[in-house]
Design a protein around this ligand. Structure first.
Ligand code: TYD
Ligand code: MG
Length: 454
């Protein structure tokens, strides 16, 4: 067998014969790394497709759709996010920063699945005693869970073939290596080959597989994008700045939607599902009327989340006033500030403005617009907004108020949370009839809101 040196982009997998500062394919700087590669014969290359997938040619009309039965994990948020549970043979990639709780979540999922299934937990990161220490902390002692510490993919395959588990957890893809490849574990070639081996191994056997992965400091999956194509679901585990709340976001999901998020709380005994996110957020904020604070219900997937927008307008000491936004898009805020200057007549050019979404959750729902405007007006005019007022509308650059999607769900949630007044664009009669404990103030222009805040 022949060997040759190639330079592989660690971001996109592009192979070049010579080193270059910038990847010619994806444009990333400093991503080309030297790797030694075996030159394969044509026959070998053919044999190394990711999966041996082949079928007869059939008419779509004659093909039978099989509704895959769902396997629930009984972890509320996890099941909801997956679209009702796991599917046999599902390969899931769980990515997140170190210390976020990937291994903890997996151990809890292992515990739930081990009620009826055999689970093999393979770790290349921790020793058996470290894993069992965590299991003790979580109160996991199911006899159906088997632990194995291994990093050689061929030994992992042998272990799976001998043990015949129903569920396989591999912690993490960056620590395993293929002995036939000389590059070190975690490089693009290794990650790709090991993942391909796992697909070949687990798919035909119907093994539910979880592969854990690291993310780079930019929050992207360390390793090739191709990994995301090979698996059925990609879940990103993320935290917000208070570091207690954990968000699980599907990036790809072959068996469900990608617009849902799962919320968890890290406690002393593992991760707990936060089923009622709005209440969780509501508990953390004070009920006093504050200047510069406005609430909205922003959608994350199909779920309204209570969101607190804070604005601070203070006299500027710089030639150019400062504009800072955390948790929302700054450009969107700049546009809203301009609309407020033009249509409400607020003078903002001598003020620094800071906008922040409390709790640090990043949002991009258009329903935030009106709340941002209300918070800015409140801070500039120095008037407090009552804590039971809610703002639910999009604001255009012409100062017009537009309706936001799923307004009925948001208003329903607002009533449940005890809000008394909601500002929104006019709604239909049927939507209005459903309202009981809340007064809806329908506005069509931003100036109408400014007149109410006095
Ligand atoms: P871990 O699952 O090891 O993270 P990852 O595998 O993503 O690197 O756990 C991360 C953190 O969670 C760790 O710093 C300790 C904390 N933790 C708790 O607060 N409570 C618990 O019950 C457990 C098991 C961990
Ligand atoms: Mg871990």
């Amino acid at each position: 067998m022949k060997f040759k040196t190639v330079f592989v982009c660690q971001k996109c997998g592009y192979e070049a014969a010579k080193w270059a500062g910038k990847c010619p394919d994806c444009g990333e700087w400093n991503s080309l790394q030297e790797e030694v590669k075996q030159q394969e014969s044509k026959k070998e290359k053919k044999n190394r497709s990711f999966t041996d997938f082949s079928s007869e040619i059939v008419k779509l009309a004659d093909s039978k759709a099989v509704q895959e039965p769902r396997i629930p994990t009984q972890i509320g948020e996890f099941d909801r996010l997956l679209g009702g549970g796991l599917v046999a043979g599902q390969l899931t990639l769980l990515a997140g920063a170190p210390g976020i709780g990937k291994s903890t979540l997996m151990l809890q999922v292992a515990d739930a699945l081990a009620q009826t299934r055999k689970v093999l937990y393979i770790s290349g990161e921790e020793s058996i005693s470290q894993i069992s220490g965590r299991a003790q902390r979580l109160g996991v002692k199911n006899p159906n869970i088997y632990l194995h510490c291994e990093t050689n993919i061929q030994n992992i395959i042998t272990a799976v073939e001998n043990e015949k588990p129903d569920v396989l957890i591999l912690d993490s893809i960056q620590t395993v290596y293929h002995p036939e490849f000389t590059s070190s574990a975690g490089t693009i070639g290794q990650v790709r080959e090991c993942a391909a081996e796992l697909v070949r191994l687990c798919k035909p056997k119907g093994i539910i597989t979880f592969v854990l992965g690291h993310v780079t400091k930019d929050g992207e999956l360390a390793g090739p994008k191709i990994l995301e194509h090979m698996v059925d679901s990609v879940l990103y585990f993320d935290t917000e700045k208070d570091n207690v709340l954990r968000l699980l976001r599907p990036h790809k999901n072959r068996f469900g939607s990608t617009s849902e998020i799962g919320l968890f709380k890290m406690t002393g005994h593992g991760l707990e599902s936060v089923d009622n996110a709005s209440e969780y957020f509501a508990q953390t904020s004070s009920s006093a009327a504050l200047k510069g604070r406005a609430y909205t219900l922003a959608l994350e997937g199909s779920r309204p989340l209570l969101t607190e927008v804070q604005a601070l307008a203070s006299p500027t000491h710089y030639p150019f006033p400062r504009r800072v936004a955390t948790g929302v898009d700054l450009n969107r805020c700049l546009m809203l500030f301009a609309a407020l200057e033009k249509h409400v007549g607020l003078s903002l050019d001598n003020k620094d403005i800071y906008i922040s979404i409390a709790g640090g959750v990043k949002m991009k729902d258009p329903a935030l617009d009106l709340a941002i405007c209300a918070a800015v007006i409140s801070s500039v005019k120095d008037v407090a907004i009552p804590h039971d007022w809610l703002f639910l509308a999009e604001v255009g650059i012409l100062g017009q108020i537009a309706k936001v999607p799923l307004i009925d769900r948001r208003l329903e949630e607002a009533q449940r949370l005890g809000f008394k007044t909601a500002f929104a664009a006019p709604v239909s009669k049927s939507e209005k009839q459903k309202l009981t404990g809340i007064v809806l103030k329908e506005i069509t222009e931003i100036n109408e809101l400014a007149l109410k805040l006095k």
